[in-house]
Design a protein around this ligand. Structure first.
Ligand SMILES: Nc1ncnc2c1ncn2[C@@H]1O[C@H](COP(=O)(O)OP(=O)(O)OP(=O)(O)O)[C@@H](O)[C@H]1O
Ligand SMILES: Nc1ccn([C@H]2C[C@H](O)[C@@H](COP(=O)(O)O)O2)c(=O)n1
Ligand SMILES: [Mg+2]
Length: 238
């Protein structure tokens, strides 16, 4: 298991309330004890004492650079990258049972019901052998977050939450220059996605800030400059 080895307090986002749970306040030993107790009582979430992976949620508005930075983290630190958006888009491509509903929702810049997204994430985690995951673009809403906590049960809190903080005009410019044929990369849908980000995702980000696990990263500058900021977080764990 990765343990934090260096102080990161200068990177932690300011908590909204106190007292705070900081990453050091639940070190591996106490964690193992708690996991065992919960495991005896619970009906079996996807993690167990034998398997409690290191989970990083990667959050930020549309075009804030989540996917780009996740690729760099994968290369450097060996995480498995699970993008909620990519998992949903795959359902559209495969013309699955929910494919049409997902397409309609994404095209409108809205959020897909949590039970659909969580099933895809669950399946992806269960079929991977890695013990380090980057879950990109999830949880997007409080409903997403609660759905995750229900299926995970043990270790419901992520170890780290990265938040790429970026001005809206920079995000819009990046999304509109992305040339990947995404149905939601147009100005009308981007406006809706920004609205959804402000009203639904910011409360989730605040939740993790209050829990003391949020690392707010300046998402402006070049990809290399941003990755240097990301490295400061991951190099402090091993
Ligand atoms: N630092 C950067 N400077 C300029 N362009 C960037 C930077 N980081 C990413 N990009 C480009 O901006 C676009 C959006 O980046 P990316 O796909 O990583 O964002 P995202 O947060 O995953 O967005 P979404 O939520 O829409 O999936 C991409 O075309 C990417 O190549
Ligand atoms: N938890 C999620 C993640 C994504 N979606 C939908 C809505 C997003 O606008 C779209 C694209 O996601 P992205 O690739 O930008 O992360 O996918 C969702 O409903 N729930
Ligand atoms: Mg992305």
């Amino acid at each position: 298991m990765w343990r934090r080895v260096t102080s990161l307090s200068h990177l932690l986002s300011s908590p909204k309330s106190s007292p705070q749970l900081t990453p050091t306040s639940y070190g591996p030993k106490i964690w193992e004890t708690l996991s065992t107790e919960v495991s005896k009582k619970s009906g079996g979430g996807i993690f167990s004492k034998e398997r409690s992976p290191f989970i990083t949620f990667v959050l930020g508005g549309p075009g804030s650079g989540k996917g780009t930075q996740c690729s760099r983290i994968v290369e450097t630190y060996g995480f498995t990258h699970l993008s909620a958006g990519d998992l949903l888009r795959k359902e559209i491509t495969m013309n699955s049972e929910n494919g049409a509903m997902i397409l309609d929702t994404i095209a409108k810049g809205k959020i897909v019901p949590s039970e659909v997204t969580i099933k895809l994430i669950r399946k992806a985690i269960e079929s991977a052998e890695n013990d380090k995951f980057l879950i990109d673009g999830f949880p997007r809403t409080e409903e997403n977050r609660i759905a995750y906590e229900r299926i995970v049960q043990i270790g419901a809190e992520p170890n780290i939450v990265l938040f790429f903080d970026c001005p809206e005009e920079v995000m819009v410019k990046r999304v509109l220059s992305r040339n990947e044929g995404r149905v939601d990369d147009n100005i009308d849908t981007v406006k809706e996605r920004l609205k959804a980000f402000r009203s639904l995702n910011l409360p989730v980000i605040n939740h993790y800030s209050n829990k003391g696990v949020l690392y707010k990263i300046d998402g402006t500058g070049t990809e290399d400059e941003i990755f240097e900021r990301v490295r400061a977080v991951f190099d402090a764990w091993k």
